[in-house]
Design a protein around this ligand. Sequence first.
Ligand code: NAP
Length: 256
Amino acid sequence: MTTSLKNRVVVVTGGSKGIGQGIAQVFADAGAKVAILARNADQAQATAAEIGHGAIGLAGDVTSAASLKAGYAEVAERLGNIDVLCANAGIFPPAKLEDMTEAQWDEVANTNLKGTFLSVQAAIPYLKSSDQGRIVITSSITGPVTGIPGLTHYGASKAGQLGFMRTACLELARYGITVNAVMPGNIITEGFLSMGPAYQASMLASVPLKRLGTVADIGHAALYFASKEAAYVTGQTIIVDGGQILPESLDALSED
Ligand code: NAP
C-alpha cells in the first residue's frame, strides 16, 4: 500500500455513511488525517470516532457554498491545509420519469452535480497550496455507462460529474492538482439497501464476480488516485463493479 497519504489532510464529503465512510477508513488506515463532512454532525462525529486515527466529523452541506467554506476552514484550522478532497456525497431517491417532479429532479441535481461543483470550487485555495493536491469524485456506472429505471435524474447527475471533471482537470493542471473519478457498481451501503430486497437480488445476479461491492473496494480505488504515485494521472475514471457492465447476455452469468 502507498505510504504517500501519511499525515496528508483528507476531506470526505458524505463520509458519515456508506462509501464515504469506507473511503475515510481506508485513508485513515493509510495514515491520513481525515475529516468527514455530512449534514448530520452527530452522525459524522460518531463515524469519525469509529474510524479512529484522529479522524474528525463536522457539519457540512454540499448544496451550500457557505457551509462548505466554513467546514473547510475548520478542517484547515484543526488538521492543517487540505491536500485531498473526496467529493463523494450523493443521493439516489428513485422516481419514474413520467411522474418526476421538478423538486425531485432539483434535489438530486443540486446534491450530486452542483454539490460536486461547490465542493471542488471551495477546496481549490487549499489544494493549490499543497504539493499533493488531489480531487477524487465518486461518480457511478449508472448514467455514464448504464441505466436503471427510476434514476434518470441520478444518471444525468453522475454522467454530468464526469463532464465537469474533464474540464476541471484542465483548469487545475497548472497547479499540479489532479481530478479523477471512481465509478462504483453496486456497493453495500445504507443507500443501496434502501432500494429494497428485489433490487439488491437483481443487482447481485448481474455481477460476474458474484458478490456485491464493499465500501473498502471503492476506498482503495480512491486511495490510488490520491496517492503520490498517481501524480501523472488526471481526468481519468476507474470502474469498480465486479464486471457488472460487461455481460452482453445472461449466458455470461450462468454457472455452466
Ligand atoms: P449513503 O449510504 O446514503 O450515504 C450518503 C452520505 O452522503 C451520508 O454520509 C450523507 O450524510 C451524505 N449526504 C447526503 N446529502 C448530503 C449533502 N447535501 N451534504 C453533505 N453530505 C450529504 O450513500 P452511498 O451509497 O454511500 O453513496 C455515496 C456516493 O456513492 C454517492 O455519490 C452515490 O451516488 C455513489 N454511488 C453509490 C453506489 C452504491 O451502490 N451504493 C453506486 C454508485 C455510486 P447526511 O445525510 O448526514 O448528510
